[in-house]
Write a protein that binds this ligand. Sequence first.
Ligand code: GAL
Length: 335
Amino acid sequence: MKLKWAVSVLGLMLSMVLCCGCIAEEKTDTEELRVGVLVYNQDDLFIQSVRDELDECFRKTEREESCRITVSFFDSMGSQLTQNEQIDTFIENGYDVLCVNLVDRTDAATIIDKGKSANVPIVFFNREPVSADLERWDRIYYVGTDAAEGGKLQGEIFLDYYEKHRETVDKNGDGVIQYVLLEGEPGHQDAAIRTESCIKRIKEGGAGMERLAGANANWKLNQGKEKMEAWLQEFGDEIEAVISNNDAMALGALDALGKQKWSKIQAAVIGLDGIEEARIAIQEKRMIGTVINDAEGQAEAIVKLALQLGRGEPPKNIPGMEKRVVRLPYELLTQ
Ligand code: GAL
């Protein structure tokens, strides 16, 4: 999976020119659809899984719909400016529909206006444009989740674990959980909201919570690991829980815990996304659980929308769609 993803940017650009992003090998006499997909940063582990699912789903749709679908993926490498230019390239090359994972979710207006003036519809995903931007045109859609629900489910996993393992979790027996918090990017809808609703749910469940420290680790494993290493230096065995807005940062914390100098520091670590490495860590009881961010369901909704919009049809039969926003449900995954 990872190898597939690790295509160089140059390769991706060549794929656009040479059209090797084409899914069909032979041209059919039926219609042809050209889809441009842009991701904010291909190093993001969850986005890699969405990208893989999209690839698979476009192939499947092509077989089922007897429609030739050309899909080209671009990595915007964390730059909104780059992404805006990539949009121009797709539009100039006559693409029918764009699927966009914004770099800066508060800065969608430029892209929307470009799409609107060329009449190329856009399906945004994962990084939610602000509602004022979504109102700019009626051929733009969003596919994502409900951040508050994700955080709440994390809280439920935590409470359940705490009830069953109270003595191991509350190491100092003071009836309060001393925790550290790994947050995603500042300004991302899935960071602050997940945190808030997770902590709220745990408190509602009756567990006392004391925050020792918290920091943005931008969804990244390495940054999660660095923050955790520093907190282990500072708080050592006082840390009873690590609450992370996603799995990658939680895995970074596990790395730090595994490499600690102190012998027996244990902490209940929880993430969100359900990426492969986290599932393994849960099976091995190194993590207490995660909340599955349904990459497959999101990809299916994006592909359905792209197909219908690209064909000029008004979208229909999209599960969970309200107005032009689709929110897929989360699921729990525990030990
Ligand atoms: C979140 C996901 C994170 C990260 C982020 C990127 O929904 O949980 O792991 O991928 O999206 O926008």
